[in-house]
Design a protein around this ligand. Structure first.
Ligand SMILES: Cc1cc2nc3c(=O)[nH]c(=O)nc-3n(C[C@H](O)[C@H](O)[C@H](O)COP(=O)(O)OP(=O)(O)OC[C@H]3O[C@@H](n4cnc5c(N)ncnc54)[C@H](O)[C@@H]3O)c2cc1C
Length: 488
């Protein structure tokens, strides 16, 4: 007689924006429950409920899913990928495999509220276990004294610091038992984005959990101690570049917090405070689901911004004639990422110098950022546009020349991304139109030919933006003359 081991109960672990094995609450719970585990990812692109990830983010996801599948295979398991609505795909997997439970980490973004899906699973007689593993604190339980959501960052941060204790490190599964029969899976190749524009992005990044952990270790060893002073310098390698890893959940925020505070104590605070901004934006999105397209301050719906396709194109292509803006937009196009300081500069330029609706910028970032995330993108665009909850005051208009001179003082960042200006002096690099003819010609620059003249006069643009703002803020007469910026 052969003794067959009885088949264990099967639990589905539904991966979403948590593409990791370590410190993954859902996976850890399923593997500790003495159950066999079916790891699943559902690509719901194109379903009504979800905004399709942009091109760069899809490139990242494709690679990240391959990395996750590799890690699962090392544990004796594999990733099952399905395409369609999560409810329909989970339904068919439950039927096909006889799984009796589903484990997943909750999302607090445009996937909407998970409550309906949880209700449906329970009604179907399926056990459901969910976890708050993707952010520091669940928005439902971090509220102001009056029970509302926080709308200002500093009180949010003070409160969060007071109540937060990092979750203890979770047990890493050493081996994952699978189902008796593996259900069909969409080949991972189907989700790979391979167009030629992805090549330079692929040279800049390595998606996946292993790379995320290496990046954290490098940051903790080499950069974290200097983060507070270096973080605003796009010409230096002073930030963690963890954002796309975090956006796809390849590393847990709790693990980052634990690692850095253990290593640096209070010196880690400037960094973990930035991680808290990520949480803050998720909380805003939870309370204001239209964050990605609707101004939080209602008066801004009347703001007289208008579409201007030619100017938008110049901005997207890094051809505005303002070197720091162009450097940022080209870094974005070529690598799928842009330094935070420069994101603020280019966003301010689109909204306040070009008076183009901030939503056009949000859409471009959505398509081109590897770290594109509804809460972070929407929240930050609203912050720069001045229409968010805890926004920069609208009248603070970034001067692209002064910003460049302050944060890229030797022009190294501009030289890297706008090589046609590389030979200009430090004094001229952020405002080439002020350089003497002889200097321009010695540097091989012909303005209007090898590099554009400024597409807008910043001083006039600033006045126009402030006049437009006065009109909606009720402080103006409504009759101010708006200077003509573009001759149209
Ligand atoms: C207009 C605009 C749009 C943005 N869109 C996104 C986006 O889609 N996705 C995204 O992850 N970030 C976005 N950001 C925030 C920020 O620019 C990036 O998180 C940061 O540049 C990522 O680089 P890093 O990982 O080296 O950051 P670090 O300085 O090393 O910070 C560590 C982590 O803290 C978080 N963080 C840092 N700054 C912010 C911030 N301002 N808001 C929220 N979280 C922050 C990120 O998760 C980041 O990875 C946007 C900022 C602006 C101004």
């Amino acid at each position: 007689m052969t003794s067959e081991r009885p088949q264990k109960a099967l639990g589905i672990v539904w991966f979403r924006r948590d593409l990791r094995i370590a410190d993954n609450a859902a996976l850890s719970a399923a593997s500790s429950a003495d159950a066999a585990v079916l790891p699943v990812y559902v690509d719901d692109d194109g379903q009504e409920s979800a905004r399709r990830p942009g091109g760069a983010a899809r490139w990242w996801r494709g690679r990240s899913l391959v990395a996750l599948d590799d890690s699962l295979r090392a544990l004796g398991s594999r990733l099952i990928v399905r395409q369609g609505s999560p409810q329909a795909e989970l339904d068919s997997l439950l039927t096909e495999t006889g799984a009796r439970s589903v484990y997943f980490n909750l999302r607090r973004d445009d996937a909407g509220d998970d409550a309906a899906l949880i209700g449906w699973l329970r009604q179907r007689g399926i056990g459901v276990e969910t976890f708050d593993a993707n952010y520091l604190h669940d928005p439902l339980h971090l509220r102001t004294a009056s029970g509302g959501g926080f709308k200002v960052f500093t009180p949010f941060w003070n409160r969060l610091r007071g109540v937060y204790t990092p979750l203890t490190e979770l047990r890493m599964p050493k081996r994952l038992e699978g189902p008796a029969h593996w259900p069909e899976s969409v080949p991972l190749d189907t989700l790979q984005v391979t167009e030629s524009w992805t090549q330079s992005i692929a040279r800049a990044w390595e998606p996946g959990e292993h790379a995320a952990q290496q990046r954290l270790a490098h940051f903790a060893d080499e950069l974290a101690a200097g983060y507070a002073t270096e973080r605003d310098r796009p010409d230096r390698d002073g930030t963690s570049r963890l954002s796309p890893h975090l956006a796809w959940g390849e590393i847990s925020v709790h693990a980052i917090w634990r690692h850095l505070t253990r290593r640096l104590g209070d010196k880690a605070l400037p960094f973990v405070r930035e991680i808290a901004w990520r949480d803050f934006n998720m909380h805003l999105l939870h309370d204001f689901p239209d964050l990605t397209w609707q101004p939080m301050q209602a008066k801004f719906t009347a703001f007289p911004a208008k579409d201007h396709p030619a100017l938008l194109r110049a901005w997207q292509r890094g051809q505005t004639g303002y070197p720091i803006v162009d450097a940022g937009m080209r870094q974005l196009w070529q690598t799928g990422w842009m330094h935070n300081r420069v994101r603020m500069i280019v966003a301010s330029f689109l909204v306040k110098d070009l008076l183009i609706p901030w939503q056009r910028g949000e859409e471009w970032f959505w398509d081109t950022l590897v770290d594109a995330d509804p809460a972070q993108n929407g929240g930050n665009w609203q912050w720069v546009a001045g229409c968010g909850a805890d926004a920069a005051p609208f009248f603070r208009v970034f001067n692209p020349v002064l910003q460049g001179e302050k944060f890229d003082p030797r022009g190294a960042y501009v030289r890297e991304w706008v090589p046609e200006l590389a030979k200009l002096s430090d004094g001229a690099i952020h405002q080439p139109w002020t350089a003497q003819k002889a200097q321009l010609s010695a540097a091989g620059v012909t303005l209007g030919q090898t590099y554009p003249l400024p597409i807008v006069d910043h001083a006039k643009a600033r006045q126009a933006a402030l006049a437009a703002y006065q009109r909606i803020s009720g402080r103006g007469t409504g009759k101010e003359q708006e200077p003509s910026l573009f001759g149209d």
